[in-house]
Design a protein around this ligand. Structure first.
Ligand code: PXG
Length: 285
């Protein structure tokens, strides 16, 4: 069934939803995006996603041509137009069409695009048995070059690492920063459990501050599980009791093997299971 897409100011059928070949989003990856999810007809942490989108746009000096509440309405309207109760939303803002030069000042009409679809999660088996991941040789981009906190349309750094994971037969790959510290996975944040406490890399390790990461930190707090942001190396992951990843698409997913080392018992652990259950409850609240 053809989807209904929100483009700038209205809902249009998929075949009419087009951007210019001169759009700098296409030519240079000049733009920002968000991935959101709706559960039982409600978008999970919509305000947090919009705040992050606006911050990403601010960081690249891109002015989103619509007000936040208009974009919020567009997200809900697009879900409704596609009759999606449990769905995934991709919100994309491009720099707009311009000349063939880099100059963002010579572009006009940033495009605001909302796509709503169903989400293909990792196979259920991975949630039950846990993921195997490998460390990619591709480092997370240095934050002085391009801050990983910006969710920009430039995802080649992550895609290069994802390719390495796939070549090793893994659906996710771990990325280190330029200091060799653990940053995050290609599209997910990483947590470990050590002696009953949660540890996760801080924003300055070169990560996207995930909305799911934030939700899991809140859930840990509510459950009386200590959670700290800490500099982690691969040693900390290899020797952890448990490890799991968080992301809008993945939700909470256990990791049971890293670079050929079993994590803990080699099966998903109890704290991961507890937080997964709490997360499922939270998103339906
Ligand atoms: N780190 C990175 C680099 C991300 O892109 C996350 C962490 C998790 O953040 P949230 O806010 O979702 O908890 C992301 C977001 C995909 C895909 O197809 C994943 C993201 C974005 C776009 C596509 O797996 N992840």
């Amino acid at each position: 069934m053809p989807r209904i897409i929100f483009m700038n100011d209205r809902l249009v059928p998929e075949e009419e939803a087009k951007v210019s070949v001169f759009d700098h989003g296409l030519l240079y990856g000049d733009g920002v995006f968000e991935g959101l999810r709706s559960y039982s007809g409600r978008v999970f942490r919509l305000d947090a996603h919009l705040d992050r989108l606006w911050a990403s746009a601010r960081a690249i000096a891109l002015e989103i041509p619509l007000a936040k509440d208009v974009v919020a309405q567009a997200v809900n309207d697009t879900l409704a137009a596609n009759k999606l109760v449990d769905g995934y939303v991709r919100l994309v803002i491009t720099r707009g069409a311009g000349s063939l030069g880099l100059d963002p000042n010579r572009t006009k009409n940033p495009q605001v695009i909302v796509i709503a679809d169903t989400i293909s999660l990792y196979p259920r088996e991975f949630y039950e048995k846990g993921l195997r991941i490998v460390t990619a040789a591709t480092q997370r981009v240095h934050s002085a070059a391009l801050s990983p906190r910006i969710k920009s349309l430039n995802y080649l750094n992550n895609i290069m690492a994802k390719l390495e994971g796939l070549q090793a037969g893994c659906v996710e790959a771990l990325m280190l920063n330029h200091k060799g510290e653990v940053a995050e996975c290609t599209g997910d944040n990483v947590f470990v459990v050590r002696s009953g406490s949660l540890l996760t890399p801080p924003p300055d390790a070169g990560i996207l501050e995930g909305i799911t990461r934030g939700a899991v930190m809140d859930l840990a707090h509510a459950a009386g599980i200590a959670c700290h942001e800490a500099t982690l190396t691969r040693y900390d992951l290899y020797t952890a009791d448990e490890c799991f990843l968080t992301g809008t698409a993945a939700e909470v997913i256990p990791v049971v093997e890293i670079d050929g080392r079993k994590v803990g018992s080699g099966t998903p652990g109890p704290i991961t299971a507890r937080l997964t259950a709490d997360f499922h409850t939270l998103v339906r609240q």
